[in-house]
Design a protein around this ligand. Structure first.
Ligand SMILES: [Zn+2]
Length: 244
């Protein structure tokens, strides 16, 4: 039975917050499919509709985002609609996002790594850090009870990073590609040449494979996705590092 995708936050185990529709899939699509298979519930918040992108329209990208979310069974996919290229790390936007985080009550929050060539990704990183902090402030009245997450974890999109840990996505790499292909206007359909020659259609999928192969090699598997966190909370090291 397929559940209807909500556009408003509902309680989930894992919350992913990306600057644009498709960042969640590029950064951690394989991990999302894996988490779904493991039975965890997933929610996504896109901060903008990506309306300044070179390809596709905001409406089209919204339909694609819903189709991608279905690949990993997301319970909700909300869009804060902050305006493409207008994300900034301010207390007011932080409170807006913190309210949604409180509604979603996630154990883990994933967002962009802070070092990224895209300014929206860097601002998203800072804004999400602020919002997660604000969500946990008991005395900050946002009309929803405060919520503390277990961990805030960062995924790289464009840059190579030294991972804190790598998730084995060998069995779910095809699912990642399927979720990325759902964004047909971004990664599949041929487009008129734009101002940079490497951002063509299949190039993104090939780049995703190269990245996943590289990080997979780091842990001795075929495909992996890299994550960075300030501290990995481990209560059972044997269970945490068990393979398979
Ligand atoms: Zn992006």
């Amino acid at each position: 039975m397929t559940r209807e995708l909500s556009r408003e936050p509902v309680p989930v185990d894992v919350l992913v917050i990306g600057a644009h529709p498709d960042d969640a899939e590029i950064g951690m699509g394989g991990t999302l499919v894996k988490l779904h298979r493991l039975g965890y519930s997933i929610g996504v918040i896109d901060l903008t509709r990506g309306e300044l992108g070179s390809k596709g329209t905001a409406e089209r990208r919204a339909e694609e985002a819903a189709a991608a979310a279905a690949v990993y069974g997301a319970r909700f996919r909300a869009n804060l609609n902050l305006g493409d290229n207008r994300i900034d790390d301010s207390p007011a936007l932080g409170r807006k996002l913190a309210e949604l985080i409180r509604r979603a009550q996630p154990r883990l929050v994933f967002t962009h790594h802070g070092e990224d060539r895209h300014p929206d990704h860097r601002e998203a990183h800072a804004l999400v850090r602020r919002a997660v902090f604000q969500a946990g402030l008991r005395n900050l009245d946002l009309g929803v009870p405060y919520h503390l997450v277990d961990a805030l974890i960062f995924f790289p999109v464009n840059e190579w990073v030294e991972p804190s840990f790598v998730v084995d996505i060998t069995d779910t790499f095809e699912g990642k590609l399927k979720a990325m292909r759902a964004f047909a206007s971004q990664f599949v359909e041929p487009t008129a040449p734009i101002d940079h020659k490497y951002f063509g259609v299949e190039d993104y999928l090939e780049a995703a494979a190269v990245r996943a192969r590289h990080y997979g090699m780091r842990i001795g598997v075929r495909y992996g996705e890299a994550f960075v966190t300030a501290g990995v909370p481990v209560s059972d090291p044997v269970a945490a590092f068990r393979r398979g």
